[in-house]
Write a new protein. Structure first.
Length: 93
């Protein structure tokens, strides 16, 4: 799991029927520089959202096999918004 910042929403003209009522978010995943205040991010990814994250909000991202675990049936999801982050604390080495 890693942290990310929501920078926008993804709009699809054709959508898989398994994605009813949920949103896709464009998210910048954090790296070490981000935690240290450098303001640099990893390349943007698309994250499946059921929690209602807003643009500018920090979120926890679950990726890979763990991203599909919250669903009862197999769902084509590679990144999932696992938590909305209110605040975080980082202590460097």
């Amino acid at each position: 799991m890693r942290m990310g910042t929501v920078v926008g929403r993804v709009t699809l003209s054709v959508r898989n029927s398994r994605f009813k009522g949920e949103r896709l978010l464009l998210t910048l995943p954090w790296n070490r520089s981000t935690f240290e205040g450098g303001g640099k991010y990893d390349p943007a990814i698309v994250v499946y959202d059921q929690l209602g994250a807003n643009v500018g909000q920090d979120i926890a991202i679950s990726e890979g096999r763990e991203a599909a675990c919250p669903f009862p049936n197999p769902t084509p999801v590679d990144a999932y918004c696992a938590a909305l982050v209110d605040e975080h604390f980082y202590k460097g080495e």
